[in-house]
Design a protein around this ligand. Structure first.
Ligand SMILES: NC(=O)c1ccc[n+]([C@@H]2O[C@H](COP(=O)([O-])OP(=O)(O)OC[C@H]3O[C@@H](n4cnc5c(N)ncnc54)[C@H](OP(=O)(O)O)[C@@H]3O)[C@@H](O)[C@H]2O)c1
Length: 247
């Protein structure tokens, strides 16, 4: 029960790593504002099931990170709930492979918007609220792609590198309000995103991990749990790699 009586906002929690974070946080007693792009029957069933199993509150909220007006409306809806806002996990994201010379700028702008700019917009709105409460923990889901500089990852890698840089800057500016900001950088993790990767790229990443395998979503969620909880109360401005060890 590491998150008892805390309220966590998680984006993109209908599947993959976000779903695993939702389940892990619920199991640890958090009440959750579950942000997804759009309502679906399967998501309604998922949150009803998690709610019943863990006896916690889950409030669904719908907005598309590609639309700044929707993100701003999302922030307003969260604040209107008048709950404490203890944890924000910026998880939602997209991955598109692209070589530098062949990346259309429009595609680069789209991925930056979803993976970076909207995360900043959401964090700006919610950190103002956290600052008034004098507490908070923000966790950005980055990627080893933002650290390694593999070819073919121009848009995705740059968006995650920007998020890693922002993590340090946000931590430096928000520390005075008792808000911690950290990131995790997973390598290949078994989700839909992993299934959509080119097999060659996936095999290359798996074989460069000392553990010679991909991560399970739970293995990422457990590190996010640590960063969200008071167990990490003096960890700030860090990016924790979850890659099984890599040179
Ligand atoms: N899997 C990996 O190997 C891996 C490795 C390193 C980092 N990551 C990062 O981990 C995070 C989660 O990825 P995942 O592997 O769990 O991927 P996933 O299974 O594809 O899930 C991505 C999530 O992001 C949401 N999303 C995408 N575009 C959105 C938008 N415009 N507005 C709102 N929500 C949007 C998706 O919603 P919909 O269902 O509506 O599309 C979904 O909930 C991402 O930030 C990703 O970059 C993943």
């Amino acid at each position: 029960m590491l998150l008892k009586n805390k309220t966590a906002i998680i984006t993109g929690c209908n599947k993959g790593i976000g779903k695993s974070i939702l389940e892990t946080f619920a199991f640890n007693g958090a009440n959750i504002i579950a942000c997804v792009r759009k309502e679906s029957e399967s998501f309604n069933e998922l949150i009803a099931d998690i709610r019943n199993k863990n006896n916690i509150e889950i409030t669904p909220l719908y907005f598309d990170l590609e639309d700044f007006d929707q993100v701003k409306a999302g922030v307003a809806s969260i604040i209107a709930l008048k709950k404490s806002v203890d944890i924000l996990v910026n998880n939602a994201g997209i991955a598109v492979g692209s070589f530098f010379q062949m990346t259309p700028i429009r595609d680069l702008e789209r991925i930056m918007k979803i993976n970076f700019t909207s995360q900043i917009l959401l964090s700006q709105g919610l950190s103002r609220y956290m600052a008034k409460q004098k507490k908070g923990s923000i966790i950005n889901i980055a990627s080893t792609a933002g650290i390694l500089g593999d070819s073919g990852m121009l848009s995705y890698g740059s968006s995650k590198a920007a998020l890693i840089s922002a993590t340090k800057i946000m931590a430096a500016e928000l520390g005075q309000f008792n808000i911690r900001v950290n990131a995790v950088a997973p390598s290949v993790t078994k989700t839909e995103m992993y299934n959509q990767m080119e097999e060659k790229a996936r095999i290359k990443l798996i074989s460069s991990s000392f553990l010679q395998r991909a991560a399970e979503p739970d293995e990422v969620a457990n590190v996010v749990l640590f960063l969200a909880s008071d167990l990490s109360s003096f960890v700030n401005g860090q990016t924790i790699r979850i890659d099984g060890g890599m040179n």
